[in-house]
Design a binder for this molecule. Structure first.
Ligand code: ZN
Length: 450
């Protein structure tokens, strides 16, 4: 058993005695940082000055003030982002623009200073110590051409720990990537879950013997248990998970060698989980919307920012011995869950969990539509050659057994090949004329997850 390397990261901020960090020490640090942040935001940003007008001076008050502070919505970030800026334009080192989804108005823009970026680099450098060691080599199957993209920052972090890395970008041709992995020796692979699974399955189907991979880091999308298990079995490696968003500064939380939740970089991020309907904080173990407060961010701090992601915090000390708080698996965007006519909720993670266990499957598309009052789930499977029939039969049987899909007609189509159907994040598409997905913030959707 090895304690998470994030202990080292947090101890850089919290003077330590060489002993593992205590919960009390972390929370005392966070309380002081939160008080500083509130005053910083109030003094520098017109948006926060107005938002915090009813909040008195909170000096020397503990973390219990958190729930009294106003929440910040994604719409506010999109529409008033410039007024959230707390530094001069010439102090901004990087602006990340996330395009509008088409229905939500303006693009989201986040501003980072050089110090903000350095804190992310530090998290990656120390966090990667959980899964990589000096002298090893890593293949990064993520976009990395722009400075401060996740792939680029990971490469820089790995270099600082004497791990050589190569950025391959997203996997467009799993066979070509598998050939690279056979020809060269990589100890660590980093990428999207479905993309890495495709590389492993294509290599197996074509009898390409991959050299021993020590560890895999999955990130940037929902991480199904089915894929984690399949990769661990197929490559004989340890599989780690990371959660991060642009709002969290790309880095957020990463699991340790016990794989029972991702440790949060708690001196940078204060994470809460709230009931998406009422906005009230939920206890550890309850599923709800992840809310972020960036404790150190200088350029554009976020105060109780609603991420729209479904997750839960885990209570107690980790089996690795660390008291650093852990985030359980993040189940994707709450707004992307679809409410069926029956009142049941369905989302892509539920489909991923039952389908990716099928060994002949590389990828799939899923669409819900409606025909004369009958709801249909259309699944298009991409299977390994010669596995189409058996995979389609098993997929139909598994989906038909899902209680959420009771009354929904499941239609399966299949094609074969070694290519993927997606680049980047996947989603369940609702093509019904009167979809119910806009109501997905309702707290009732959380019940199936408890
Ligand atoms: Zn741990």
């Amino acid at each position: 058993m090895r304690i998470t390397t994030l202990e080292e990261l947090l101890l850089l901020d919290i003077a330590g005695s060489g002993e593992p960090l205590s919960r009390a020490a972390i929370e005392s640090y966070q309380a002081a940082a939160l008080n500083r942040l509130v005053e910083y935001c109030r003094s520098r940003s017109p948006f926060y000055r107005s938002k915090l007008a009813d909040t008195g001076s909170q000096r020397d008050i503990g973390l219990d003030i958190l729930a009294t502070l106003p929440l910040t919505s994604e719409a506010e970030l999109r529409e008033q982002g410039r007024h959230m800026l707390c530094v001069r334009q010439d102090e901004v080192a990087r602006i990340v623009t996330l395009p509008s989804s088409g229905t939500t108005g303006a693009a989201k823009r986040l501003f980072f200073t050089e110090d903000d970026l350095e804190r992310t680099r530090l998290f990656f450098r120390i966090g990667m110590g959980n899964l990589a060691a000096p002298g090893q080599q890593a293949a990064i199957l993520l976009p990395g051409s722009t400075p401060d993209s996740t792939g680029y920052l990971l490469a820089v972090a790995l270099q600082a720990m004497d791990v050589k890395s190569e950025i391959f970008g997203l996997v467009t041709d799993p066979v070509a990537v598998a050939e690279q992995l056979v020809a060269r020796r990589f100890d660590v692979l980093i990428g999207f879950p479905v993309q890495l699974l495709a590389v492993a399955r294509v290599a197996e189907a074509r009898r390409m013997e991959l050299p021993m991979i020590r560890s895999v880091l999955l990130c940037s999308d929902y991480i199904p248990d089915s894929i984690t298990r399949a990769l661990a079995d197929s490559m004989g490696c340890e599989v780690f998970s990371h959660y991060g968003t642009v709002e969290s500064g790309l880095g957020g939380a990463v699991d340790c060698s016990m794989h029972c939740g991702m440790h949060i970089r708690e001196t940078d991020l204060l994470m809460e989980v709230i009931d998406p309907e009422t906005g009230y904080p939920l206890d550890d173990g309850r599923w709800g919307e992840i809310v972020l407060t960036t404790l150190q961010r200088q350029g554009m701090p976020l105060l109780r920012y609603r991420t729209g992601d479904l997750g839960r915090l885990l209570g107690g000390t980790c089996a690795c011995g660390s008291a650093i708080r852990r985030l359980d698996k993040v189940k994707g965007r709450i707004s992307r869950r679809i409410r069926l006519c029956s009142g049941a909720w369905i989302d892509l993670p539920a489909l991923d969990e039952v389908l990716f266990d099928l060994p002949g499957l590389l990828d799939f598309n899923a669409v819900i539509d409606e025909d004369s009052g009958q709801e249909n789930l259309h699944i298009r499977l991409r299977c390994l050659p010669s596995c189409e029939g058996s995979t389609a039969t098993a997929a139909k049987s598994r989906l038909s057994a899902l209680p959420q899909l009771c009354g929904v007609h499941v239609r399966i189509e299949q094609s074969s090949g070694y290519g993927l159907l997606h680049q980047g994040k996947r989603q369940l598409i609702d093509q019904r004329e009167f979809g119910y997905h806009e109501t997905a913030r309702s707290s009732s959707l959380l019940n199936p997850c408890r």
